[in-house]
Design a protein around this ligand. Structure first.
Ligand code: SAM
Length: 303
């Protein structure tokens, strides 16, 4: 008979949409419905003990709740009203780590269907400018619906190839933060893993990696950009550490930021400033996140 070991199970993660509600209000609402709140997780194993209607706050990300894997919120009022977003923990990392300021100018380069865009808007408290691009018109129309439901208003959506967005345009002259979550092989998605488990066709990975590097290099061309978060839901080093490595070689004015010191699964050596995620070690889908920042201007040491 089929038995899944606990460390292969991804719990149900629920991000509270602070544009519409608060963490406390969602917790109270769920308690009134018979859910049992157990406080903040202290370690990974706490997540494995969730059963029935018990839930926790996540140990790394604020405004993220964790339920047992079988909990389904798709028909729930809080989901339909945009008060909660059903988003894997790993995919909450990029916006959380980029952490743009309220009122900032931000680009979400490959944005549809927009879960990270709505997360960025929540962090920005809907103030400032959030430029979101995607090449795929159909995914963008799904995204409009999602952003409307989430109460996002600070965005400007464009059906545009990010690689053709002109970094010198005066529209983007104040952009300091860029989130880049480009198309990837998806090899970290547990539901896809069976389909992708045969060795990836090398040519396909190479083409994806070339596209990803091109996008990352393009992001660094924006004149005021200070921080760029690069993420994929791939487990292949070719799409992750190797893209970052090539980009740093080509852009000596940027360096990696050491992310979340208390996150144990790190980028492959020597890119340990970056994060990896997996079902086994972080109870999430397979994921990779890097953050590049502009190096401070060189001084000649005379003052
Ligand atoms: N960030 C999204 C989210 O959290 O909901 C998921 C993005 S998905 C991994 C990658 C997206 O990149 C796809 O929607 C795809 O249409 C888009 N894309 C691919 N090539 C692009 C390009 N050259 N410019 C802009 N978007 C592109």
């Amino acid at each position: 008979s089929f038995q899944q070991t606990q460390d292969n199970v991804i719990p149900r993660y629920v991000r509270v949409n602070t544009l519409k509600t608060t963490l406390d209000d969602v917790i109270d609402y769920l308690k009134r419905e018979g859910f049992s709140y157990q406080g903040t997780a202290m370690c990974l194993e706490d997540l494995d003990h969730l059963t029935g209607k018990t839930f926790l706050c996540d140990l790394h990300l604020k405004d993220l709740l964790v339920f047992s894997a079988k909990t389904d919120f798709h028909d729930h009022f809080l989901y339909k009203a945009g008060h909660i977003i059903l988003q894997d923990k790993a995919s909450c990392l990029p916006a959380f780590l980029l952490n743009p300021p309220v009122g900032g100018h931000v680009i979400d380069a490959c944005a549809a269907p927009g879960n990270k865009t709505s997360h960025l808007a929540a962090i920005m408290k809907n103030k400032g400018k959030l430029f979101a691009f995607d090449l795929d018109a159909k995914r963008l129309s799904t995204m409009s619906t999602l952003l409307l439901r989430a109460g996002v208003t600070c965005h400007q959506l464009a059906n545009q190839d990010f690689l053709k967005v002109d970094p010198q345009s005066s529209e983007y002259k104040e952009v300091e933060y860029i989130l880049l979550d480009p198309s990837c092989s998806g090899s970290g998605m547990v539901c896809l893993r069976d389909e992708v488990s045969e060795p990836q066709e090398d040519g396909r990975l190479q083409a994806l990696a070339a596209f990803q590097l091109h996008c990352l290099n393009h992001a660094l061309q924006f004149p005021q950009v200070q921080r760029v978060v690069y993420s994929t839901c791939s487990i292949h080093p070719q799409e992750n550490e190797e893209v970052v490595s090539a980009c740093l070689q080509q852009n000596p004015g940027f360096r990696l930021v050491h992310l979340l010191p208390n996150w144990h699964e790190r980028g492959h050596d020597p890119f340990t400033q970056c994060l990896r995620a997996s079902t086994e070690k972080t109870r999430t889908h397979g994921f990779f996140v890097a953050m590049l920042e502009r190096c401070p201007p060189q001084t000649d040491g005379e003052n």
